[in-house]
Design a protein around this ligand. Structure first.
Ligand SMILES: C[S@@+](CC[C@H](N)C(=O)[O-])C[C@H]1O[C@@H](n2cnc3c(N)ncnc32)[C@H](O)[C@@H]1O
Length: 323
């Protein structure tokens, strides 16, 4: 009976620190910082509030798809295997799968340590039959699983359209990496946002309650609070728009005026209207993502969508060589 979470604190995220990423990102042209740096505890809490906004169709649609597909999924991947969630956040969507899949073990991976711990503790309390582990790792830097977490019949779960935060060629490389990590018979369940009407997409990232704006600006609060940085979030505005040619939402923080910002002893200039790119979110058609999965070596096993075709969930399988 699970009473606590096994936290793998021997593992540490690889890759650049917030400090190094911010220094490099402010020196770059155009200025940019990866979306994974949104997620301190406040960033994770704000993301949960975004999920509740009426314009943000992604979460409720993916949840409805998962709830409807859970038994079908269990019939395809079987029960009693290992379930590994990448970017587990509140570990809420996984609850829709647990009763059907009855995995032996669940491993939650997320960069937002405090949030990861509290979310998995709540999960372990609610599912006493489940062995729950947590690891604070950066999945984008080459996924290393805890040594004793052997994958025999694993399902990797990557919800939330987070695959869209990689540019398509990076997404392919990441899918290839996950394919190589899986043993034959293992599978990946991945949530992918679909292209749709520009107004619907742009509303999702510009909610009326301005929670996405607060989430975006929180990145600057994080720089100010955790680094030697004098950036003033009130001198930036939130901008999110859909680039139809790239099938991608871009999110920016735009300087309201010419200004200089100091970070860790270095000075960076922003012109009026100059922006810091904080997120890209690529949208894929069902056919487009299926083709990407195939290119990565996966065999497409199933895809579920909602009746309005807002969102998709793909099951990709690693087959035995020669199968
Ligand atoms: C868009 S939220 C999705 C949360 C949840 N899976 C869902 O679908 O609602 C992305 C989550 O992934 C985590 N995350 C983002 N980049 C990550 C990375 N490179 N490695 C590990 N976790 C990451 C964030 O901390 C956040 O909890």
């Amino acid at each position: 009976m699970a009473t606590s979470v096994r936290f793998h604190d021997d593992l540490q995220p690889a890759g650049p620190s917030l400090r190094d990423a911010a220094l490099a990102g402010l020196a770059a042209t155009p200025k940019a910082i990866a979306p994974k740096f949104f997620y301190d505890r406040r960033g994770s809490e704000l993301f949960e509030r975004i999920c509740q906004q009426p314009e943000y169709y992604l979460t409720r649609t993916e949840e409805a798809i998962l709830a409807a597909a859970a038994n079908d999924l269990a019939g395809r991947v079987g029960q009693g295997g290992e379930l590994v969630e990448l970017g587990s956040g509140a570990s809420r969507k996984v609850r829709l799968l647990l009763d059907a899949l009855r995995p032996a073990r669940y491993l939650a991976i997320d960069l937002s340590t405090d949030f990861l711990l509290s979310s998995t503790q709540r999960l372990a309390a609610d599912y006493p039959w489940l062995e729950v582990s947590a690891a604070c790792l950066d999945y984008s830097q080459g996924l290393r699983l805890p040594g004793e977490f052997t994958l025999t019949r694993p399902l990797l779960f990557f919800p939330g359209s987070s695959i869209g935060n990689f540019a398509p060629e990076q997404a392919l490389a990441f899918l290839q990496h996950l394919h190589a990590l899986l043993p034959a018979g293992g599978a990946l369940l991945v949530g992918v946002d679909l292209p749709k009407d520009k107004a619907v997409l742009e509303a999702a990232y510009n909610d009326a309650a301005q929670v996405t704006k607060a989430f975006n600006l929180n990145l600057l609060e994080r720089l100010r609070e955790t680094l030697a940085c004098d950036i003033d979030p009130s001198r930036f505005e939130h901008r999110a728009f859909f680039d139809e040619a790239e099938s991608c939402i871009e999110m920016h923080l735009v300087s309201r005026e010419p200004q200089e910002v100091t970070l860790e002893g270095r000075t960076f200039r922003f012109e009026a209207g100059e922006s810091l790119l904080t997120e890209r979110s690529y949208k894929y058609s069902v056919e487009g993502f299926t083709a990407l999965g195939r290119r990565a070596g996966f065999v497409p096993a199933a895809v579920w969508t909602d009746p309005q075709r807002l969102f998709s969930v793909h099951l990709l399988r690693r087959e035995a060589p020669g199968a």
